[in-house]
Design a protein around this ligand. Structure first.
Ligand code: PLP
Length: 387
């Protein structure tokens, strides 16, 4: 077995789909013009960008000019949150978010609080990482201008009741921004059904390259462009568009959304076998996140006090399994996860987090291999700790 031949870290990133590469390749060397240029080569690039925008708009059930292409999910979250807060600061200075958001949201909120004097309410989550619509309703104030919540959590896979929260926010003027980075490849993205005003997506989570994202902005949403410069993207996000990657993200999103019903069913079956196999073989293991309202390929655990996440990950790597302890952005820090802490997981237990996130190329043989190897690695580490 080659080291890390079995990839079980799809929440961190995914391989680029060959069909996506094929779609984007002509825009590197053949149709490489700047989409803002007037001559033919530029107009070919512009046409590709607008076809991609139209395809994304169809999937999101919005109009094309509500789709902004960005450089990543982090940028989409930043533009949305800072853009709304600064545009609406004269109407109110109260923002709402949750403690389990990605740092792209939490650190943007923190900066708005510390540097700009905004007031932030951080909602509670339950032991399974769910935000209740009632808590959102309770936190709303007349001066609330923005509610930013994630669709699905990257560390524990829990899916939030976004449509319910969206419905209640229709009665309130606050802008509803949703980080859908982990949901993009797996869950419905109809912005009308979800009742969202802004939504962030990232291509590399659904088989497009790293470094391209989408921000949906409902027309009429007060939004200050904080990436200033040229008039690209309807003057909502300056910077020459990355045409090949825009073609890629649109193609990848289309493939992910059109194939997701069949693929999700397969992922759920693999995930459930992985979860039950690990829980049966490791008495100290506990599933983290919601048992059913979770992303289809997402399995996350705490493996037991005294086990260190990084040691487990290295042990699994030697066995050929690429896994994670939670967020790829914070791995190697050996600190308690802010997500598990918010869910009430005790500190020592939270240090033993293990996340295995599956994709459609994983096979049942790979799942059975992981069900055998994870307990072996855990036992080895427990035996070592007992010496
Ligand atoms: N939001 C969530 C929930 C994520 O999981 C991630 C990445 O892991 C991001 C935002 C950031 O996306 P990107 O890596 O495209 O900057």
């Amino acid at each position: 077995m080659q080291p890390s031949a079995i990839y079980m870290d799809h929440s961190a990133t995914t391989a680029v789909d060959k069909r996506v590469i094929e779609a984007m390749l002509p825009y590197f060397t053949q149709w490489y013009g700047n989409p803002s240029s007037l001559y033919f080569l530029g107009q070919k690039a512009r046409q590709a960008t607008e076809i991609a925008r139209g395809a994304v708009a169809t999937i999101l059930n919005c109009v094309p000019r509500e789709v902004i292409f960005t450089s990543c999910g982090t940028e989409s979250d930043n533009l949305a949150i800072r853009g709304v807060a600064l545009a609406r600061q004269n109407e109110g200075r109260h923002l709402i978010t949750s403690p389990i958001e990605h740092k792209a949201v939490l650190d943007t909120m923190k900066q708005l609080q510390e540097e700009w004097g905004f007031e932030i309410t951080i909602l509670p989550v339950d032991a399974q990482g769910r935000i209740s619509p009632e808590e959102v309703a309770r936190a709303l104030r007349p001066d609330t201008i923005l509610v930013s919540l994630m669709y699905a959590n990257n560390e524990v896979g829990t899916i939030q009741p976004i449509a319910e929260i969206g419905a209640l926010l229709r009665q309130h003027p606050a802008t509803f921004q949703v980080d859908a980075v982990q949901a993009g490849g797996y869950l419905p993205l109809d912005v009308e059904a979800l009742g969202v005003d802004m939504m962030a997506l990232s291509g590399h989570k659904f088989h497009a390259p790293k470094g391209v994202g989408i921000l949906y902005v409902r027309r009429g949403t007060p939004y200050l462009n904080t990436m200033t410069g040229g008039a690209q993207e309807g003057s909502q996000r300056a910077g020459t568009q990355n045409v090949p990657y825009i073609v890629a993200i649109a193609k990848a999103l289309d493939l992910a959304q059109s194939e997701r019903t069949a693929k999700n069913a397969q992922l759920v079956a693999l995930r459930d076998r992985l979860i039950s196999g690990i829980l049966a073989a490791v008495p100290t293991a506990r599933l983290t996140g919601h048992p059913s309202e979770r992303l289809p390929g997402h399995a996350s655990f705490t493996m037991g006090e005294g086990l260190e996440a990084d040691a487990m990950l290295l042990g699994l790597d030697i066995e050929g399994i690429a896994a994670s302890s939670g967020s790829a952005c914070t791995s190697g820090r050996n600190a308690a996860s802010h997500v598990l802490t918010a869910m009430g997981v005790p500190y020592q237990e939270s240090l033993s987090a293990l996340r295995l996130t599956l994709g459609d190329e994983n096979t049942i043989e790979e799942i059975e291999y992981a069900v055998k190897k994870v307990p072996e690695v855990v036992e080895r580490l427990q035996a070592f700790a007992a010496v």
